[in-house]
Design a binder for this molecule. Structure first.
Ligand SMILES: [Zn+2]
Length: 407
């Protein structure tokens, strides 16, 4: 049903004017802007989810301008999954033609741990982009949200004037942050010698969309890949797939593609069946959210009867999105986080206070929702057995968790 093109936006990857709006969540805060006080004004920007009717990519429409995503705090760090990196380093070192004398370049701090593993395997010539020197980024607090926008065809040509070209370029968990993906990917190509490899890693969002995980949306992630759209989109962007791996994790798999440039290759668009499946995934996700909002509300109310309190553990972007887009601010009493810098601040949007975990017992909490990684969920539950012994309940907001909220 793509008859009226005027309502369609341009796809951030395939550039076709074919992105249909799925849901407008209204003005939302930026998750890394923790508040020092609950009162006062707050920057907000519409969060709008859409999906390309040509390539199937789920994506944000009219995303927050990247300079507004820079965090006011320099202590914010994001941990990416690393359990698969030894295996990935072995796969890379077995690639045809990748000798120990080859040059391996990388994009961001997220690549350091893989570069270290490649060094351990004998690759001496590794380097990564320096934000200031190579990309002219002066703001020391700037991170992926700014780096993604500075990588394009012209900037990387300039980089090669001082750095030379490389035999391999690694980009872990940045592509999904990119506002102009075709430019970003074209930029990576320019860093390569002919025949060189690009290694791209992105999170797999398929399970989150299929299970109705509302917290998957985040203003910093522009693209939400599934195994199908990831591989297909690299082909559309002029890459030939050399190897593809899906490294399984309990909540979110890591998808890795090793590709080579294939400029004159045929652009392979998804076939009708595959595209229909992807489009259905997007539609079902937004349809399920309204129902989920009602069910979660009813579930939380059960724990609030008789003056009981509800807390949520984990003051990160998962909690921020979950509370704000499901409208749960009035049903949660406070947020728990033992990060010393977060304690005492207030959540963006909901303005809920962030307390340390001693509050679980001190504040007579009945239910504590968890917005954490799978490993952290188990650790937090083990550490707070006194809360459980007193009748306290832990429930994960992630539908794929074995501790998931049972509504
Ligand atoms: Zn597209």
């Amino acid at each position: 049903m793509l008859s009226d093109k005027s309502n369609l936006a341009e796809c951030c990857l395939c550039a076709r004017r074919a992105v249909q709006e799925l849901m407008d969540f209204g003005p939302q805060p930026v998750c890394n802007r923790y508040r020092r006080r609950p009162e006062g004004e707050e920057y907000k920007h519409p969060l709008v989810l859409g999906q390309c009717g040509v390539c199937g990519l789920l994506q944000l429409l009219r995303p927050v301008p990247s300079q507004n995503l820079v965090s006011p705090y320099d202590w914010i760090a994001y941990n990416e999954p690393e359990g698969h990196l030894d295996q990935l380093a072995d796969i890379l070192s077995d690639l045809p033609g990748l000798m120990e004398r080859c040059v391996i370049a990388a994009i961001s701090y997220k690549d350091d741990s893989l570069l270290r593993r490649l060094k351990d395997r004998g690759y001496r010539y590794t380097w990564r982009l320096d934000a200031r020197r190579d990309l002219q980024i002066e703001d020391a607090g700037a991170s992926i949200e700014i780096i993604q926008g500075r990588i394009g065809p012209a900037s990387t040509i300039r980089v090669t004037h001082s750095r030379g070209r490389s035999d391999m370029v690694i980009s872990r968990q940045v592509l999904e942050h990119s506002h102009r993906m075709s430019e970003y990917l074209a930029g990576l190509k320019n860093l390569l010698y002919p025949g060189g490899y690009v290694v791209i890693e992105v999170p797999d969002c398929a399970r989150a969309f299929d299970s109705g995980d509302a917290a998957i949306l985040w203003e910093e992630h522009i693209a939400y890949f599934t195994p199908e759209t990831f591989q297909r989109n690299l082909a559309i962007a002029g890459f030939k797939l050399v190897r593809y791996e899906c490294f399984p994790y309990p909540f979110e798999n890591s998808l890795v593609a090793i590709v080579q440039v294939e400029e004159h290759g045929e652009k392979i668009w998804p076939d009708k069946k595959i595209l229909a499946r992807e489009l259905k995934r997007g539609r079902n996700f937004v349809r399920g959210l309204a129902d989920q909002k009602k069910k979660v509300g009813a579930f939380l109310r059960r724990y609030k009867t008789g003056g009981g309190k509800v807390a949520l553990f984990g003051a990160g972007h998962l909690a921020c999105t979950y509370i704000n887009i499901l409208g749960l601010a009035d049903m949660i009493d406070f947020i728990v986080d033992d990060h010393p810098k977060k304690r005492g601040l207030f959540m963006p949007g909901s303005r809920l206070p962030i307390l340390d975990s001693a509050a679980l017992l001190a504040e007579k909490v009945n239910l504590c929702l968890l917005s954490l990684s799978a490993e952290s969920e188990d650790k937090v539950i083990a550490r707070h057995q006194a809360f459980v012994a007193r009748g306290g309940v832990f429930s994960s907001i992630n539908p794929s968790s074995r501790h998931a909220v049972k509504m």
